[in-house]
Ligand binder design. Structure first.
Ligand code: ATP
Ligand code: MG
Length: 278
């Protein structure tokens, strides 16, 4: 199975969490799965910027990224975090390579345009292409690619990409069977209850009724995009629970929340309605 695994930045902060996930990634790769690991790291990035005396500004949840900020993003995402994760997976017994957009031009991006800010967001982009041949060459050798959330622009510049959107778009481009978001909560919550399954229309309801906010809205939007792009299933799972990732990649009971395609749900609903009428 081809699986994109997106790891939250919060899960890269504690060595125990990194090792727990690295062991499961190694196990899944050993089992013959073609994995693409994508990681975030917003909090560590913000903390590093603060340490360097650079203020963070956001427009519509997206970070305004001038050249200086972007350079720090490369240091933190493509450097520190990327290497830490690739090292942990390799030490867990499966060779992994940390890749960033520049390597074999594996992730291409275009700058994101927003209307209400003169000069745009700076070096913020969206994913436009994935070098699947390059990824295939790694999978053939059972090497796990670990990608940071950046894309290479036609101008040769690196662009920061929201990690959830990067994972969703990459899942679509590589025709992944499944996209798994490992996050810092147990799944999508309705109050204190973890929702075991969600469908497209449920997502709109949750947003409309203010039951989801912040990063979870971006994640659900990314999930919807991946499903619309042909990924069969998206799962949103807490990353600190032992074996949660292995379970999320399997066919048995899924911890966290399954996000299912609308079409299938609509067909089922129509079917149910017909049966109900009969
Ligand atoms: N209904 C909800 N269910 C679960 N989490 C929610 C909900 N509404 C808001 N959230 C928030 O969304 C957060 C998850 O998104 P967040 O962007 O912080 O993490 P991530 O996307 O997994 O990691 P990163 O942004 O580092 O890539 C949770 O920690 C929680 O605070
Ligand atoms: Mg997020």
């Amino acid at each position: 199975m081809r699986v994109v695994i997106k790891l939250a930045g919060a899960l890269l902060e504690r060595d125990e969490d990194v090792q727990l996930l690295a062991r499961q990634i190694a196990e899944l790769a050993r089992g013959g799965n073609e994995l693409l690991v994508v990681h975030g790291g917003g909090k560590i990035f913000t903390a590093t910027l603060a340490r360097m005396g650079i203020a963070s500004r956001f427009v519509g949840g997206l970070r305004v990224t001038d050249r200086e900020t972007r350079d720090v993003a490369v240091m933190v995402f493509a450097g520190l975090l990327n290497k830490k994760l690739a090292g942990a997976i390799s030490l867990a017994g499966q060779p992994a390579v940390g890749i960033s957009a520049s390597d074999a031009a594996c992730f291409l991006a275009e700058p994101m345009q927003i209307e209400d800010r003169e000069g745009g967001l700076g070096y913020v982009g969206y994913l436009t292409e994935v070098n699947v041949d390059f990824l295939r060459s790694l999978w053939r050798e059972a090497i796990v690619p670990v990608a940071c959330c950046m894309g290479l622009g036609a101008d040769g510049e690196l662009y920061n990409i929201n990690a959830d959107h990067m994972a969703a778009a990459a899942a679509e481009f590589i025709h992944a069977d499944r996209l798994i978001f490992m996050t810092d909560v147990a799944g999508v919550l309705d109050g204190d209850k973890v929702l075991s399954a969600l469908r497209g229309t449920d997502i709109e309801d949750l947003i409309r009724h203010n039951k989801v906010s912040g990063g979870m809205i971006l994640k659900l939007e990314a999930a919807k995009r991946a499903l619309a792009g042909g990924v069969s299933e998206v799962r949103i799972v807490g990353g600190t629970k032992p074996r949660a990732l292995v379970a999320a990649a399997g066919t048995g009971r899924c911890p966290g929340t399954r996000v299912l395609p609308v079409v299938r749900a609509a067909a089922k609903a129509a079917n149910g309605a017909t049966q109900g009428a009969a």
